[in-house]
Design a protein around this ligand. Structure first.
Ligand SMILES: *Cc1c(COP(=O)(O)O)cnc(C)c1O
Length: 299
């Protein structure tokens, strides 16, 4: 089984961090090379539920580059559960990308459906009916059990002394778990990596269970996606390489690179009051960098 022992809390310095701020990175990326970061937290109680309910396996959904798909395959294998992945978009002449190859190598059965069918609820219902003894995990691990798993993230190391917590946001499940478990004095900021994700506020709110008065302050920022999901710019690649050179911390092009770049902009804009102690959550995703040609990243 996966253990939290590898997860470190690394303070870091960069050339651009103002002297009146301090920053640290919670390295969930170190938990496992494939089930990296937040995906493991989102899966742990889903796996436990599947086992407790004597399900034969897990049925889940995702795009061809989904970290969640690769992570589910590995986590199911470790738990001795079968798994099926319903993948958006048709298979290209039998060639699997790195993410899907990892999933298949770890025993996930892959079913490819067209984008239109994937969006259609009937498709989901059809596969759920085909696998009645499977526990269903929605795309990205976005359910209440997923958020519950993310409530464990802030207690791996002492984190109550941080004033601000930042994480990258896809479905908002991780952000919801952080808000549910943060101290009331902490300020939680999510950086959306999808463009036009105005629905996210409501999705996150639907997973919160603390009464309003005990909730930490939280906010989603929508201006740091650099053009949209998985869109990368030369500036982002440069930033990721420089951040690695300065701190020794590798980040990914889809989530955590954009998180740190957003942190950089916010720090410059005076978003954080003097004396703030900022905790960034490294949610993993480094396997996604394997889609880049060799040599683009310096690590
Ligand atoms: C999936 C993923 C996220 C997004 O998490 P959500 O809970 O869906 O918001 C963030 N970072 C990485 C590296 C991911 O793989």
């Amino acid at each position: 089984m996966l253990s939290y022992d590898n997860i470190t809390l690394d303070t870091f310095q960069t050339s651009w961090l103002p002297a009146q701020l301090s920053a640290a990175m919670l390295r969930l990326d170190k938990i496992h090379p494939e089930v990296s970061g937040n995906k493991w937290f989102k899966l742990k109680y889903n796996i436990a539920a599947a086992t407790a309910d004597h399900c034969n396996g897990i049925l889940t959904f995702g795009g061809a580059y989904s970290n969640h798909i690769a992570a589910t395959a590995v986590a199911c294998k470790e738990a001795g559960l079968a798994c099926m992945g319903i993948i958006r978009g048709q298979e290209h002449d039998g060639h699997l990308n790195h993410t899907l190859q990892t999933a298949e190598d770890n025993g996930m059965g892959l079913v490819f459906v067209t984008r239109e069918d994937y969006r259609n609820n009937i498709t989901r219902k059809t596969y759920e009916a085909l696998f009645p003894d499977y526990h269903v995990v929605p795309e990205g691990g976005h359910n209440a059990l997923g958020a519950k798993g993310c409530e464990d993230i802030l207690s791996i190391h002492p984190t109550a002394h941080y004033t601000h917590i930042l994480c990258a946001v896809g479905t908002g499940t991780t952000l919801a778990g952080l808000i549910n478990s943060a101290a009331p004095h902490q300020h939680i900021t999510g950086i959306a990596v999808l463009k036009g994700a105005a629905y996210l506020e409501e999705e996150v709110a639907s997973l919160l269970h603390l009464p309003q008065e005990n909730r930490p302050q939280w906010q989603l920022l929508h201006d740091h996606h650099l053009g949209g999901y998985a869109k990368k710019t030369p500036a982002l690649i440069d930033f990721i390489n420089t951040f690695y050179t300065e701190t020794g911390i590798p980040t990914d092009i889809i989530y955590t690179g954009k998180l740190v770049m957003a942190f950089h902009h916010l720090a410059q804009q005076g978003y954080f009051p003097t004396g703030s102690r900022i905790l960034l959550i490294h949610t993993g995703g480094l396997q996604g960098n394997l889609s880049l040609p060799p040599g683009v990243l310096s690590f």
